[in-house]
Design a protein around this ligand. Structure first.
Ligand SMILES: Cc1cn([C@H]2C[C@H](O)[C@@H](COP(=O)(O)OP(=O)(O)O[C@H]3O[C@H](C)C(=O)[C@H](O)[C@H]3O)O2)c(=O)[nH]c1=O
Length: 182
C-alpha cells in the first residue's frame, strides 16, 4: 500500500498496490502492519456500505465525539465522489480547514481520516457504492454534524445537491461547533 500524506496532518490518501496477472489483479485493502509503518495505529470494529442512486447526492458532514470519536478508511468502490473532510480538532492549527479528494472505482484510492474530522461526500456519477471502515462503533448518542453548506467552510462542491437527507439539512455551522477534544 502507498501512503500519500495530505494536509492537515494525519490525513492520508492510500493507494492499493496491484499484483496483476492474466486473471486481473489482487491487492490489499488494509494491513495493520503497513498502516503502523506509516505511523497509523488503528483497528477497525465496523465496516459500513452506502449506495447512492443519483448523481449529486450529498451525505454529511458527520463525526462522532469522544469516547466514540472514530477514525475512518473510506473507499468508493463504484462510480465517483468528491470526498470532503474538515478538521474540527480542538486546538488544531488547521481547525476548520476543508480538504477535498476525488475517489472513484477506477483509481481505487482510499482516504484515511483520523478521529476529530467531519466527513462527507457528493456523488459525481449515478449508482455510487461506498465502503467505510470505522475504528469505533456507531453511537447515536455521540454522533454530530457540520453544515455542508456553511460559507465559513467554503467547500467547492462540484454539483448542485440532488439528494440530501433531512438530518443533513440542519447541522451546526463551524462557529457553533464545540471542537473535538481528543
Ligand atoms: C453510520 C450508521 C448509521 N446507522 C443508521 C442511522 C440512520 O438511521 C441510518 C443512516 O445513517 P446516516 O444517515 O448516518 O448514513 P449516512 O448519511 O450515509 O452517513 C454516513 O456517511 C457519512 C458521510 C459518514 O461519514 C458517516 O460515517 C455515515 O454516518 O443508518 C446505523 O444503524 N449504523 C451505523 O453504523
Amino acid at each position: 500500500m502507498i501512503f500519500h500524506a495530505l494536509p492537515p496532518k494525519g490525513l492520508f490518501r492510500v493507494s492499493i498496490e496491484k499484483h496483476g496477472d492474466a486473471r486481473g489483479f489482487f491487492a490489499r485493502t488494509f494491513c495493520t502492519q503497513e498502516f503502523a509503518n506509516a505511523g497509523i495505529d488503528v483497528t477497525w470494529c465496523q465496516v459500513n456500505s452506502a449506495f447512492n442512486r443519483k448523481k449529486g447526492t450529498l451525505r454529511g458532514l458527520h463525526f462522532q465525539r469522544p469516547p466514540m470519536a472514530d477514525a475512518k478508511l473510506v473507499r468508493c468502490v463504484r462510480g465517483a465522489i468528491l470526498d470532503v473532510v474538515v478538521d474540527i480538532r480542538a486546538g488544531s492549527a488547521t481547525f476548520g480547514q476543508a480538504t477535498c479528494v476525488e475517489l472513484n472505482g477506477d483509481n481505487r484510492d482510499m482516504l484515511f481520516i483520523p478521529a476529530g474530522f467531519a466527513h462527507g461526500y457528493q456523488t459525481l456519477t449515478p449508482d455510487v457504492e461506498m465502503l467505510y471502515f470505522h475504528s469505533a462503533p456507531y453511537s447515536k448518542l455521540d454522533e454530530g454534524g457540520l453544515a455542508w453548506d456553511d460559507p465559513a467552510l467554503d467547500i467547492p462542491w462540484l454539483l448542485p445537491p440532488t439528494e440530501v437527507s433531512v438530518r443533513d439539512t440542519g447541522h451546526s455551522r463551524l462557529s457553533e461547533l464545540e471542537p473535538i477534544a481528543l
